[in-house]
Design a protein around this ligand. Structure first.
Ligand SMILES: CC(C)(COP(=O)(O)OP(=O)(O)OC[C@H]1O[C@@H](n2cnc3c(N)ncnc32)[C@H](O)[C@@H]1OP(=O)(O)O)[C@@H](O)C(=O)NCCC(=O)NCCS
Length: 215
């Protein structure tokens, strides 16, 4: 398109503030591409549209932006995780690069947007006696919860973990995170312990519940 025509069309647009005032839904594109994608998924759900079936696959380093956007959204929600700060895409990339060979990172994608991830890592590096044990964490962005993403990732993650020689998974869940407890129990995890006053929060220390699953 000639530059002059492009300029004419841009000039013909309604001012952004007026568009925002009249729109049913506003998507703020000032954040990262991944953050914009999460807003599209949230808007999709808000408009009552059905989400496409999730695509579940192994994560790659190039997925760091999408993973960071989900992690940060969950941290900002508050009350769900022991993580107490957000992560930049560069930090997430470094974390992914530093993962041990025996680890599993699975993604759930809704269309082209990464809406959930699951991570399995060895439980202990200081001894070989626990090489069969791994920790697991699952994160799905709020708008996509209850659509089977967590369950679909678990099937793939647990198969891959099993193929790597892990026979046991351990999850540590905040005692005030009832949804996660129901989720893990639904996957067959059983409660096996409680760490008192384990997670410091602005509202005081919260206990952490331990769950285990033999694969
Ligand atoms: C816990 C979490 C991972 C579940 O993911 P999800 O994609 O919403 O879970 P699914 O839709 O696959 O649900 C699977 C099963 O879990 C249970 N479940 C999930 N969320 C639930 C909720 N809010 N209340 C009750 N049961 C719930 C249901 O039994 C569901 O089975 P159903 O579909 O037969 O009803 C998600 O809520 C999340 O990311 N929460 C924030 C982060 C977090 O708390 N992570 C856990 C700590 S690591």
């Amino acid at each position: 398109m000639p530059a002059e025509e492009a300029r004419r069309r841009l000039k013909a647009q309604m001012p952004a503030a007026q568009m925002a005032a009249e729109a049913n839904l506003v998507i703020d594109t000032n954040g990262s591409y991944a953050e914009t994608g999460l807003q599209v998924v949230a808007g999709w759900v808000e408009l009552g549209l059905a989400l496409p079936a999730p695509e579940v696959r192994a994560a790659e380093i190039a997925d760091a932006d999408g993973i960071a956007a989900i992690l940060n959204a969950v941290v900002r929600e508050g009350g769900l995780t022991a993580l107490d700060r957000t992560y930049t895409p560069a930090e997430e990339r470094a974390y992914l690069r530093g993962l041990p060979d025996r680890s599993v990172m699975t993604l759930a994608r809704v269309g082209i947007v990464t809406a959930g991830f699951q991570i399995v890592e060895p439980y202990a590096a200081y001894t070989g006696a626990m090489d069969h044990v791994a920790t697991v964490g699952t994160y799905v962005v709020a708008s996509a919860r209850g659509h089977g993403l967590g369950a679909a990732m678990s099937t793939q993650t647990f198969n891959r973990a099993s193929a790597m020689g892990f026979t046991k998974l351990v999850a540590a869940i905040r005692a005030d995170n009832a949804a996660a407890q129901v989720f893990y129990e639904g996957l067959g995890f059983r409660p096996c312990g409680r760490l008192a006053r384990q997670v410091a929060t602005s509202a005081g220390a919260v206990d952490q519940l331990l769950y285990e699953l033999f694969l």
